[in-house]
Design a protein around this ligand. Sequence first.
Ligand code: COA
Length: 258
Amino acid sequence: MTVEVKRDGAVAVVTVARPEVLNALNTATNQELLGVVREITRDAALRAVVLTGAGAKAFVAGADIAEFRGMTAEDARQASWLGGRVVAAIEGAPQPWIAAVNGFALGGGCELALACDIRFAADNARFGQPEVGLGITPGFGGTQRLPREVGNGWASYLCLSGRLIDAAEAARIGLVQAVFPAERLMDEALKLAGELAAKPPLAVRYIKSQIHHALNVDIAAGHEIERDLFALTFASQDRLEGMDAFLEKRQPQGFEGR
Ligand code: COA
């Protein structure tokens, strides 16, 4: 197993675990990861996920270059298709995914972090799309999601130069939402995951979907989707509990996803 899943109540921690190659993603690991994302997606008891890498040095140092070396163009298309399905599955999951970037997030690692809803980084994290130096392009969505996340200029800078940026720079350009000392990263990611897990799951799922659509459809269609999902939340028990709790000046008594 190169992908570990630990559950603590409503929160799952998913760890890419090939530390001997800085958690590089080969086909087997990507397949495992896709299976894990799908399992989590189906599990209504899980309400938030933290994604990280094994060891102190890397989140994920990219696709496995040793495996890439032997691939034909058609193999590469398949690899890109599989990687694309992993990131799409994370984006499409009902739970919020938080990337806890504990070191190098390069190539496919940066792309995996980009698929998550929120990114926290350790102060020693480094980000980049170094594929160009290998004579290839990003293939797991980097050229599509980076411009959406940080704009064309930064996306071009990262993908064309292959340069790495540190956690502080990543925060400055909006690639990560917060930076913590390495030893506090997991605690902070778990704290946020716990908070998100306690929110009404339907509202969380719809917000994730609405924000995803914001970058992928025109604004009129986006408003239409927002309107529908907003209306749908009014059919839930959880919104009655949330509103009653506010009006009665008490804490909500737990949300059930109904
Ligand atoms: N694919 C396959 N193996 C990888 C890898 C990857 N993406 N990234 C690291 N490794 C392996 C190294 O080959 C090395 O294996 P070895 O111990 O058998 O020699 C081991 O992981 C440790 O990496 P190493 O390069 O020795 O560590 P470092 O601290 O000197 O450098 C990096 C760290 C991340 C800067 C460097 O490993 C690197 O540039 N990795 C590739 C990044 C990349 O191009 N990703 C995009 C791939 S498409």
